[in-house]
Ligand binder design. Structure first.
Ligand SMILES: Cc1ncc(COP(=O)(O)O)c(C=O)c1O
Length: 307
């Protein structure tokens, strides 16, 4: 038998059909079924293995990352399997369940104040950069600035979606945070068929949507909160941005669980809202795919799924 380790089961997630009552075929890629519970397993594994290949990460080393939770969970899980120490910087805007999950995989968590900008000197990102400089034999994944993040999706998410739809996909939707998912998947899909529409979903109060004047918002795992180099390098693969408010994105969560049996997190609620609205104007020949990045299990205490 050809048995595999847990991290070899990252990717190859199911693509399920939803009945939205709108004309097109609507499909959701259930990324919360990855071993670490989110789409971030893909980018973390790819960046860690690239760092191993290029010698940036050596045996006995320390993985450092700034994360709203999911990338940290993925790094902690992969670090546990591969025998690295892991340090994750985060802030208290993010769900306690995610932070406790990182600790449960044996990683160290460093709490930082919530800041409006990722590059604020007090932000969780800046703290991770500082730690990387002071800890010998350490490697920072640096998901916001590491272009390898998008390559993970070019290598796996894009090809999977293309093949699971037999090349018939017409529209692709994903939330944008670091913009790794939308950029890498969008690039792959456009290279197969340039008429596939790639639509990034952003928070209405994000840095990008407000032209650099962000306001607080509650959704996690979505929102371009800084001048993203990944986006800058890949903007040609994105046709448009669809912006979603907290009320719209979080408001979808209960319906998705109660009516569709899909317990999804806030960024997936935002994407579901965008697809529902957008697909009203599409035709029955269209095939729409969206990614559901994580599960609602990490947000149960926030009351999004009840009245
Ligand atoms: C659940 C979830 N979905 C989507 C995203 C955004 O994906 P990306 O950072 O690739 O733009 C994130 C980012 O943290 C996430 O945690």
């Amino acid at each position: 038998m050809n048995y595999k380790k847990v991290i070899q089961y990252i990717g190859n997630t199911p693509l399920v059909q939803l009945d939205f009552g709108t004309p097109p075929t609507v499909l959701a890629k259930l990324e919360y079924l990855n071993p670490g519970g989110s789409i971030k397993d893909r980018s973390a594994l790819f960046m860690i293995e690239e760092a191993e290949r290029t010698g940036l990460l050596k045996p006995g080393g320390t993985i450092i990352e700034a994360s709203s939770g999911n990338q940290g969970i993925a790094a902690a899980l992969i670090g546990a399997v591969k025998g690295y120490s892991v340090i994750i910087t985060t802030n208290d805007k993010f769900s306690p369940e995610k932070i406790n999950t990182i600790k449960a995989y044996g990683a160290q968590v460093v709490m930082c104040p919530a800041t409006e900008y990722v590059d604020d000197p007090h932000s969780y990102h800046s703290k991770a950069v500082e730690l990387q400089k002071t800890i010998p034999n350490s490697f920072m994944l640096n998901q916001y600035y590491n272009l390898t993040n998008a390559k993970a999706h070019y290598a796996s998410t894009g090809p999977e979606i293309y093949h699971q739809t037999n090349g018939t996909i017409t529209h692709f939707f994903a939330p944008s945070g670091t913009c790794g998912t939308i950029s890498g998947t969008g690039k792959f899909l456009k290279e197969q068929n340039s008429s596939i529409k790639v639509i990034a979903v952003d928070a209405i109060n994000s840095y990008r949507t407000t032209n650099g004047n962000p306001k607080p918002y509650k959704m996690e795992g979505i929102g371009v909160d800084f001048p993203s180099p990944i986006l800058e390098n890949n903007h040609q693969y994105i046709d448009e941005f669809f912006c979603v408010s907290d009320e719209q994105g979080l408001g979808m969560l209960k319906t998705m669980a109660h009516k569709h049996g899909l317990l999804i997190g806030p960024s997936s609620g935002a994407v579901a809202f965008a697809v529902y609205e957008y697909s009203k104007k599409l035709s029955s020949d269209d095939i729409v795919v969206m990614t559901f990045g994580d599960s609602g299990r990490a947000y149960l205490t926030k009351g999004f799924y009840n009245n």
